[in-house]
Design a protein around this ligand. Structure first.
Ligand SMILES: Cc1cc2nc3c(=O)[nH]c(=O)nc-3n(C[C@H](O)[C@H](O)[C@H](O)COP(=O)(O)O)c2cc1C
Length: 198
């Protein structure tokens, strides 16, 4: 897709269509490993209160429930951060669509439940292997550790992060005028949507 050519999709004209477009592109990010939305940045609040961000793979989306699924190592810094402060944000940018999405909500952590079991069962062996690394991620070591060989050893460290969305903000860049919109869901799931000045 070109960055500004005639083949670029027109900006959605309504808030409803903007939200539907945003979720459709996030769904593509789950399904298509080459799509820019496949690897958003996850932002958390560090244990010292400072912001932290890192690239993650987007593994799942349930648009009706407004839930996104990520996989990580239970020993990683982000897990301790989310356990202490579940508020988190995901940042996406698709240069082809000229669309930025800022998603935020609260994270729940899943290690020993059905959510984790199903995600592990459907993970590829190559992905499972990541969680078998020793020692724990983020530890200082004198030299890079050897790649793990036994993927089953990763299961005790496997952790699913579910982000329960309560806000989605979109910014679509266009020569005809940038469009920024915000969508907020309250605790009952009622949506409030508004355009914002870009
Ligand atoms: C392309 C890419 C994809 C990544 N995907 C994940 C992922 O899905 N889950 C994850 O925990 N870390 C992933 N990482 C590694 C993180 O960016 C980060 O380095 C690591 O998780 C440690 O972060 P933390 O110490 O803040 O927990 C990925 C890194 C890159 C470059």
């Amino acid at each position: 897709m070109s960055r500004g050519g005639a083949d670029r999709p027109a900006a959605p004209a309504t808030l409803d269509d903007t939200l539907a477009w945003a979720f459709a592109l996030v769904a593509r990010g789950v399904a298509d490993r080459r799509h820019p939305f496949h690897t958003p940045a996850l932002a958390t609040i560090g244990l010292d209160g400072a912001p932290q961000s890192r690239t993650v793979v987007l593994r799942g989306l349930d648009p009706a429930a407004r839930r996104l699924r990520l996989h990580t190592d239970a020993r990683a810094g982000k897990v301790a951060e989310l356990a202490a402060e579940p508020r988190a944000a995901l940042l996406f940018y698709d240069a082809g669509a000229q669309l930025q999405l800022r998603l935020s909500g609260r994270a729940t952590l899943h290690r020993d439940d059905a959510v984790a079991g199903e995600a592990w069962a459907t993970s590829r062996d190559f992905s499972r292997m990541c969680y078998a690394i020793q020692p724990a991620p983020g530890q200082p070591v004198p030299a890079p550790p050897a790649a793990p060989l036994d993927s089953a050893a990763g299961r005790p460290h496997f952790c699913v992060v579910i982000l329960h969305l309560d806000r989605l903000e979109s910014l679509h860049l266009a020569a005809s005028g940038h469009r920024r919109a915000r969508f907020d869901w309250d605790a009952a799931g009622t949506l409030a949507a508004t355009w914002l000045v870009p």
